[in-house]
Design a protein around this ligand. Structure first.
Ligand SMILES: [Zn+2]
Ligand SMILES: [Zn+2]
Length: 84
């Protein structure tokens, strides 16, 4: 597993020429599964960054039917979220 730096947003600073702003391209790679390839808009220097992680819903407690993390998990009766 390769630890890539987190996605640096729309306007990262190129470490080679100091330009601010880079293109972003999604890529599937053999090592680490996937990454975002950034390319400097001025000098075309490329580097890899991690994809943005999808945040999983957290348990909110109480009635499982109202909990986004319990949704679809079909908890046992009486349908109480484990975070309660
Ligand atoms: Zn550059
Ligand atoms: Zn829950």
């Amino acid at each position: 597993m390769i630890n890539r730096p987190p996605f640096s947003g729309e306007y990262p600073r190129c470490v080679k020429c100091g330009n601010v702003g880079a293109h972003t391209r999604y890529a599937e790679v053999p090592v680490g599964g996937e990454c975002l390839t950034r390319a400097c808009r001025r000098c075309d220097y490329e580097w890899e960054e991690a994809t943005v992680q999808q945040k999983l819903p957290a348990h909110v407690g109480g009635n499982a039917e109202d909990c986004p993390a319990c949704s679809g998990s079909n908890p046992a009766y009486p349908f109480i979220c484990p975070a309660t």
